[in-house]
Design a protein around this ligand. Structure first.
Ligand SMILES: [Cu+2]
Length: 225
């Protein structure tokens, strides 16, 4: 047998599948069948080839299939923590002339405190605190514009529950707007809960020519709204 004849015989058996899928389907017209046996053989080859092509097509399609959509947001998002809102109206103590409003927005362990104050001495450090006890209620000193010592003030409002640093910086007389966000530790949360049992206090006043950074200058009860 000549080499060209051997290669012609070998070709259909070894080369038919995958690489020539589409051409084979269009390449085997009935008219080309020389005998019934040849036709059967050709159709068997076509059937086997198409089956292989079908499998290949499926796998290719699978490989290019769009990835499954990610789980919906509702399935993975933690439950929303509500924000609770509080306010405090600070009235002057020790004839300071200081007035302020504080807003407190608490979302879980995040507390945003906003303060608008007037009458604070400029270029002085003004402590800003939440005072009170855990699971108890304190109130601001009565007779708010009278002279109240630091000890008397603390007797009313209790210890510092949360030190609101960095304190407001007042560089010029007049109003000051200040806000800060705190990420509270478990101890902080314990100390300020419930907020409605606590007060906001501003400190710092010059009296008789000397500045006392602990003197109470304004106090306000925290209320929910
Ligand atoms: Cu204080």
């Amino acid at each position: 047998m000549k080499r060209s004849e051997r290669s012609m015989l070998a070709t259909p058996v070894t080369r038919a599948p995958i690489a020539t899928c589409a051409p084979i389907a269009t390449r085997a017209p009935i008219a080309t069948c020389a005998t019934l046996a040849t036709c059967v053989l050709i159709y068997l080859l076509i059937a086997v080839t198409l089956a292989g092509c079908g499998a290949g097509a499926a796998s290719v399609t699978g490989a290019h299939r769009a990835p499954s959509p990610p789980p919906t947001a509702t399935a993975t998002t933690a439950p929303t923590v509500p924000t609770v809102h509080f306010t405090a109206t600070l009235r002057p103590l020790n004839a300071s002339g200081v007035s302020a409003t504080a807003r407190l927005d608490q979302t879980g362990n995040v507390l945003v405190v906003t303060l608008h104050a007037t009458g604070l001495e400029p270029n002085r450090e003004h402590y800003l605190h939440i005072h009170g006890y855990p699971d108890a209620t304190v109130t601001c000193p009565v007779g708010s514009d009278g002279a109240i010592s630091v000890d008397e003030g603390l007797a009313h409002v209790g210890p510092i529950a949360l030190d609101l640093q960095p304190y407001p910086q007042v560089t010029v007389p007049g109003a000051v707007a200040w806000t800060h966000t705190y990420r509270l530790s478990p101890d902080d949360l314990y100390n300020i809960t419930p907020l409605t049992g606590h007060v906001v206090v501003l400190h710092g006043l010059t009296s008789n020519g000397s500045y006392n950074r602990a003197t109470f200058v304004a106090c306000g009860q925290i209320q929910a709204f």
